[in-house]
Structures are given as structure tokens and as C-alpha cells.
Design a binder for this molecule. Structure first.
Ligand code: 5AD
Ligand code: SF4
Length: 443
């Protein structure tokens, strides 16, 4: 009988993509996907290391899983536990020392070896080399119909923000070749994908080379968007995450000219204080950030923005925090993520002495989230009564209900007795409940 597997994914969309790829790889190799750990022969925990809370989850889940494995072994059944993702890369051997039931620890650039490893039962337990190129070459492309697909185009980061583990867990920046990305997206579109989200820790610094007129020519993100939009059947292209220092005029111009590129940009700034931005090694000031936003809005007036913020970075004063609130007021974000600073082992910021106390950080987080939520509501309210293009991704929970997304990723619910999946429809937005719209089809 075929072996079964279950993958639990923690953290960001890069991990979602990796988990999808692991699933495709295992299915391709004859493994069966099951719906929970209890039914699985191979349990994979695809982990996140970005904040302490995220990596702590691994150990609490491992505690439960190891008891389960023990009970299974008592009944004469086998189970293999594999830890993948960024905690695997960062902690390696340490994970097995903390929990002996773990069979393998596999970094984000090594998961292509899983099928082989599971079958052959290798003596070596930890795999954390940076094998980005080899990994992408070994991955199959799924033929499952999905209206929206994630596509990793770039991995790793050379920016070294002082709070962030990514340059250590995902390694140096690597851009996948244009031809490979094109082939993957083409395949997806043939199987019915209408929307792709190009992923990378730093997609805005994407750079690859192709031959054109017998010369090697550099293709930046803007060029890649242009090339991918030639794929027939593709209706929408998104990308994330971008760094403010890498936003080029060509990229802005692509947003202006290319109808497939959605007018929604995730552009993290982290803090609105120049003093803190400098300490964070963000390589840009608040004024530069505001200038980019202004320039984009001038070229593409309907563009909306989201961002990431960290509160309580070591040394952040009340004034520094007020400056962040002020920046938020100035920009007006459509949605955003905000986090309490979490010291990560091995990062420069974690060695600082001037940590901000928990209650101050909590207070700042509450305040920033109130403001960001208020802005999100204001942004969403502005669409009530208006008509929006909605890409229908599938059925909703209720009978005859369909769910879709606007260009700004707002969820929309529509009632219809006919199948709408995969269509882009003009929807009149009638109401808003928490953060999702309800509307009706026009025509
Ligand atoms: N503490 C809190 N938030 C962090 N992020 C990255 N590292 C940390 C950290 N040490 C946040 C940043 C980043 C997002 C993905 O996670 O805001 O943009
Ligand atoms: Fe981390 Fe993003 Fe900074 Fe890179 S640019 S170090 S991924 S926060």
C-alpha cells in the first residue's frame, strides 16, 4: 500500500508555496495525501522562524505528535516525522536534541529529497545545504486546477535588516530563470489558472538573464511581468514582497501599462522613524518611502498600498512610535500587518540591551492596529455602491454562494445558481460585513 502524508504549514506564503510543491512532489512519487496527522505515515511540519511565537508552535506540536508516534509504534505501525522550513534551517540538529521522535530536519532548499529519504531511510538526519537551483530543477508542476496560484520566482535576501532571520534561513538572493518561471505559469494556465502571485522575500530585486538578438539581456521584475502577461488565459498578476529601495520607474510603468498587473502593492516600511529605520538597516528614509508612494500614485492613481510594521524595536522611543503613526496617517493604507518586535537568535538586533518592555510594546501594537483597522475600514467603505471587477475563485460555504476577490484582494460573496468559477465579473458592491463584501452581478 502507498504511504500517506500530511503537511502542516506555518508562516508566510513562501511556505504555502513550498508545501504545495512538497505535496505535488510526494503525490508524483506515489504517496497519498491525508487530511490529518493521525492518518499519516509521514508527518511534515513546514515551519516558520520569523518571530518567536511562530517557532514555539513547532515544539508544542512536536510534543503532541511524538506521543502519537509512540502509540502508533506500540501497535507495530511506523510513522516518520519531518521538520522542514525556516526553523529546520536555523536550528538543525538542535530540533532532534529537543525532540527525539523527529526523523529528519530539512531546510527550505532541500525538500526535493524527501521522497527518496523517506523510502531509503538514510542515516544522516539533518539536511540544510543551500541547494536552491537543484531544488527548483527537481520539482514537478501540478495539473490540478486552481484559479489562483503562488509561484516562487526568487528566494533569499541580501538586505540584512537587523531584526530579520530570513538572510540566514533562506540564504542569499537567488532568482529563478525566466524560462523556468514561464514554463511553470504556462502549465498552470493550461490547467485553468487565471491569477498568479509571484513570490519572493525580495521580488523587487528579481534579476535573471535571457538571450535576445544573440545577446544576454537582464530581465528585472518589470520585464518578467511583461513576459508572463503574454500567456493566454492569464487574467491577473500579483507579486510580493517588495523592498522600497528596489522600486524602479520601469516597474511603476509596467503597473501603468499592463492591465494584468494588479494595482495593489505590498511595500513594507517597518517604521516611520528615520532613527529606527537606520538602526534597522532598512537602507531608506521615511521621506524616500513617501516619495515613492507619491510617484506611484501620480502614475497609477488607483494604486493601493499595504505594509508591514514592527513596534517595540530596541530603543524605539514614544516619539519614534508617534512618527510611525504619523507616516500611516500620511499614506492611508488599504490593509497592513503589524508585529511586536521579537528578538531572533543570530540577528544583530537581538544582541541589543535596550529592549522595550512588554507592556509598552503591547500598548503600541494595540494603537497601531486600531489605526490600521480604521484605515482598512475607510478604504473598504469607499467601494460600497461601486462596481468592481471580481475574480471568482470558487464556491462559498452557503448553497449557490460564490467567493471572489477584487483587485485589492478584498473577498466578495455573490449568490448565483450558475457556475461562476474562474470568471472575472462586474459586481456591484452592496454591503460590507467585517472585512468581506457582498454584491450582485451586473448586466
Ligand atoms: N520581530 C517582529 N517582526 C518581524 N518581522 C520580521 N522579523 C521580525 C522580528 N524579528 C516582520 C517584518 C517583515 C514581516 C514578514 O515580518 O515586518 O516584513
Ligand atoms: Fe528580512 Fe525583508 Fe529585510 Fe530581507 S528585506 S532582511 S526579508 S525584512
Amino acid at each position: 500500500m502507498n504511504q500517506s502524508f500530511f503537511i502542516k504549514t506555518y508562516g508566510c506564503q513562501m511556505n504555502d508555496y513550498d508545501s504545495d510543491k512538497m505535496e505535488e512532489l510526494l503525490t508524483f512519487n506515489g504517496f497519498n495525501k491525508v487530511t490529518n496527522f493521525e492518518k499519516s505515515d509521514v508527518a511534515i511540519l513546514n515551519t516558520c522562524h520569523i518571530r518567536k511565537k511562530a517557532s514555539d508552535k513547532l515544539y508544542s506540536d512536536l510534543g503532541r505528535l511524538s506521543i502519537f508516534k509512540e502509540n502508533k509504534n506500540k501497535l507495530g505501525k511506523q510513522m516518520q516525522i519531518i521538520v522542514t522550513g525556516c526553523v529546520a534551517q536555523a536550528e538543525g540538529e538542535e530540533i532532534i536534541k529537543r525532540n527525539k521522535s523527529v526523523d529528519y530536519v530539512i531546510g527550505p532548499q532541500n525538500f526535493h529529497i524527501i521522497p527518496d529519504l523517506v523510502r531509503k531511510k538514510n542515516s544522516s538526519k539533518v539536511y540544510t545545504d543551500f541547494l536552491c537551483e537543484e531544488k527548483f530543477e527537481s520539482l514537478p508542476v501540478s495539473n490540478v486546477k486552481n484559479i489562483s496560484r503562488l509561484v516562487t520566482i526568487q528566494e533569499g535576501c541580501d538586505k540584512f535588516c537587523t531584526f530579520c532571520v530570513v538572510p540566514y534561513t533562506r540564504g542569499a538572493e537567488y532568482s529563478r530563470p525566466v524560462e523556468d518561471i514561464f514554463a511553470e505559469v504556462l502549465q498552470y494556465s493550461k490547467f485553468g489558472t487565471s491569477e498568479i502571485t509571484l513570490l519572493g522575500q525580495n521580488v523587487s530585486s528579481y534579476s535573471s538573464r535571457i538571450y535576445e538578438d544573440s545577446k544576454k539581456k537582464e530581465v528585472p521584475l518589470s520585464g518578467l511581468l511583461k513576459i508572463l502577461s503574454r500567456i493566454s488565459g492569464l487574467k491577473r498578476i500579483r507579486y510580493l514582497t517588495s523592498h522600497p529601495s528596489d522600486i524602479t520607474d520601469e516597474l511603476i510603468s509596467e503597473h501603468k501599462k499592463n492591465k494584468l498587473v494588479m494595482p495593489f502593492l505590498h511595500l513594507p516600511i517597518q517604521s516611520g522613524s528615520n532613527e529606527i529605520l537606520k538602526l534597522m538597516n532598512r537602507k531608506h528614509t521615511k521621506e524616500e518611502y513617501l516619495r515613492i508612494i507619491k510617484k506611484i500614485k501620480k502614475e497609477v492613481p488607483k494604486m493601493a498600498f499595504s505594509s508591514d510594521f514592527i513596534v517595540g524595536y530596541p530603543g524605539e522611543s514614544d516619539t519614534n512610535f508617534e512618527e510611525t503613526l504619523d507616516l500611516i496617517e500620511k499614506v492611508g493604507f488599504a490593509s497592513s500587518y503589524s508585529f511586536k518586535y521579537s528578538p531572533r537568535p543570530g540577528t544583530p538586533a537581538s544582541t541589543k540591551k535596550n529592549f522595550i518592555d512588554e507592556s509598552t510594546s503591547n500598548m503600541r501594537l494595540k494603537k497601531i492596529q486600531e489605526l490600521l483597522n480604521k484605515q482598512q475600514r475607510y478604504f473598504n467603505d469607499s467601494f460600497i455602491g461601486k462596481t468592481m471587477d471580481v475574480l471568482i475563485s470558487g464556491k462559498g460555504k452557503k448553497e449557490n454562494q460564490y467567493v471572489g476577490r477584487t483587485p485589492y484582494l478584498q473577498p466578495v460573496h455573490i449568490m448565483s445558481s450558475k457556475s461562476l468559477t474562474g470568471k472575472i465579473l462586474k459586481i456591484k458592491i452592496e454591503s460590507l460585513t467585517s472585512f468581506s463584501f457582498h454584491g450582485k452581478i451586473l448586466n
